[in-house]
Design a protein around this ligand. Structure first.
Ligand code: IMP
Length: 179
C-alpha cells in the first residue's frame, strides 16, 4: 500500500487512549445495565472491537450494514440498508457505534430506523465528528475526536474499500481519491 499520500491525523496510541476514556464514561453512564451495541458496517468494526474490550458492562452486539458513499467521496444523500439486524432490539438500551459523523444523513436515517424498533433508550458513540459538513441537525452522545473537513481513512474507514487496515486515522490527499 502506498503511504506517501497519507498524512497521520490521529495516531494509534492517541486513539487507544481516547477509547479508554470513552469506555470509562459509557461504563459509568450505563452502570448496572445491559447494553446492546449496534455497530454500523462497514466503517465501525475496528472501533467497536477496541471499544467493547474496554467496557465494564454486560453487553451484546448486533450489526447493521448501511451504504451511503458508493465508491467515491461525495455523499449521495441516499442511504440504504445492506445488512439488517439479526435480532430484536425492542426494550433494550441501544448504543449505536459509528465511525464518523459527516453530513449527518446516515445518522438521521439510522436514528429513524432504530427508534422504529422501540428500544428502551437510544444513544450513539462516534469515533470521529466532522461538524463542518453537517447538513442534518444531529449530534452523537459520545464523540472520540472532532476533526476538520478532510477526507480520512484508516482504523476501519475506507476510500473505495481500501485503507481500512491502517492503524492510524490518516488524511487522504485529494489527488489520491481516484477509483
Ligand atoms: P454522512 O451520512 O455524510 O454523515 O456520512 C456518514 C458515512 O460516510 C460514514 O459512516 C462513513 O462511512 C462515510 N464517510 C464520511 N466521511 C468520511 C471520511 O472522511 N472518510 C471515510 N468515510 C467517510
Amino acid at each position: 500500500m502506498k503511504k506517501e499520500n497519507l498524512e497521520v491525523l490521529i495516531g494509534a496510541d492517541r486513539i487507544h487512549e481516547r477509547i479508554e476514556e470513552l469506555a470509562a464514561q459509557i461504563s459509568n453512564d450505563y452502570h448496572g445495565r445491559h447494553v446492546r451495541l449496534v455497530g454500523i458496517l462497514k466503517g465501525s468494526w475496528v472501533f467497536l472491537a477496541d471499544l467493547i474490550r474496554q467496557l465494564d458492562l454486560e453487553v451484546s452486539v448486533s450489526f447493521l450494514g448501511v451504504a451511503s458513499y458508493g465508491r467515491g467521496t461525495k455523499p449521495s444523500g441516499e442511504v440504504k440498508i445492506t445488512l439488517d439486524l439479526d435480532d430484536s432490539i425492542e426494550g433494550l438500551d441501544v448504543l449505536i457505534v459509528e465511525d464518523i459523523l459527516d453530513t449527518g444523513e446516515t445518522f438521521r436515517y439510522l436514528q429513524g430506523v432504530l427508534s422504529g424498533h422501540q428500544p428502551r433508550s437510544l444513544r450513539s458513540v462516534v469515533l470521529l465528528d466532522k461538524p463542518a459538513r453537517r447538513i442534518q441537525p444531529v449530534h452523537a452522545d459520545y464523540v472520540g475526536f472532532t476533526i476538520p473537513d478532510a477526507f480520512v481513512v484508516g482504523y476501519g474507514l475506507d476510500f473505495a474499500q481500501k485503507y481500512r487496515n491502517l492503524p492510524d486515522v490518516c488524511v487522504l490527499h485529494p489527488d489520491q481519491r481516484k477509483v
